[in-house]
Design a protein around this ligand. Structure first.
Ligand SMILES: Nc1nc2c(ncn2[C@@H]2O[C@H](COP(=O)(O)OP(=O)(O)OP(=O)(O)O)[C@@H](O)[C@H]2O)c(=O)[nH]1
Ligand SMILES: [Zn+2]
Length: 210
């Protein structure tokens, strides 16, 4: 395992190889698979504009799926004990993200709001978005993505409560199939006090704008 060249984030460990230009080496069978798909779609993979496309597509998919090369919980390993007496909700609202659905490998684009009520430890706020990206950059269903983000925060920060709400559009519903542009899917996962206590739940959902 080597540290990925030029890729951001703590703990992004991958075992990929890079060429002299620093580009990811694409195995022949992977490029061939993309060529087959282009042909199947009805175009000629040998024409000039498509000649380098299989390698580009392969590299793009490695990037879309970068989450497989990391354990998102590493982002929550550095916590701060001192919260200066702060015992209220911490919320990161409307974090934009992109994922891909596991059914069609079509884009899922949307925003997530992530909140927690600390017990005695807080975390750098950017880390919540990093956890989201760690799970979003995989082939997903929205329900699982929502649950995985909430569970990761719950297990690693052991807070009093966690709330995750995701509102996203699915490319497989907008660009194909039923073709309903503008339709949002909303999913939520509430744990601890946000699940058990109605006042806490109302407060966090209202802070999120729901
Ligand atoms: N619950 C859920 N469904 C999803 C998600 N992403 C895509 N889907 C749905 O997965 C389903 C797959 O259904 P299938 O009938 O197997 O596939 P399909 O024939 O391509 O279906 P259509 O999309 O209706 O054309 C579709 O209804 C999609 O809308 C997701 O994140 N959560
Ligand atoms: Zn889909």
């Amino acid at each position: 395992m080597t540290q990925a060249k030029g890729t951001p984030g703590d703990g992004d460990l991958v075992d990929d190889r890079y060429d002299a230009d620093g580009k990811l080496v694409v195995p022949a069978h992977v490029a061939d698979a993309v060529r087959t798909l282009i042909e199947w779609a009805g175009d000629d993979p040998a024409r000039e504009g498509l000649r380098d496309t299989p390698k580009r597509v392969a590299r793009a998919w490695k990037e879309y799926c970068q989450g497989y090369s990391e354990d998102p919980s590493v982002h929550l390993s550095r916590t701060f004990e001192e919260v200066g007496g702060y015992d209220e909700i911490v919320l990161l609202r409307d974090i934009p993200f992109q994922s891909h659905c596991e059914h069609h490998m079509a884009p899922i684009t949307g925003k997530a709001s992530i909140a927690y009520l600390p017990r005695d430890r807080v975390v750098g706020i950017s880390k919540l978005a990093r956890v989201l990206n760690g799970y979003a950059r995989r082939l997903q269903v929205q329900e699982r993505l929502t649950a995985e983000v909430a569970r990761c925060i719950w297990d690693n920060l052991q807070p009093q409560g966690v709330a995750v709400v995701i509102d996203a559009q699915h490319g497989c519903m907008t660009g194909r199939g039923v073709r309903t542009p503008g339709v949002g899917m909303v999913t939520s996962r509430l744990l601890g006090c946000f699940l058990d206590d109605e006042r806490s739940r109302k407060e966090v959902l209202s802070l999120m704008g729901y």
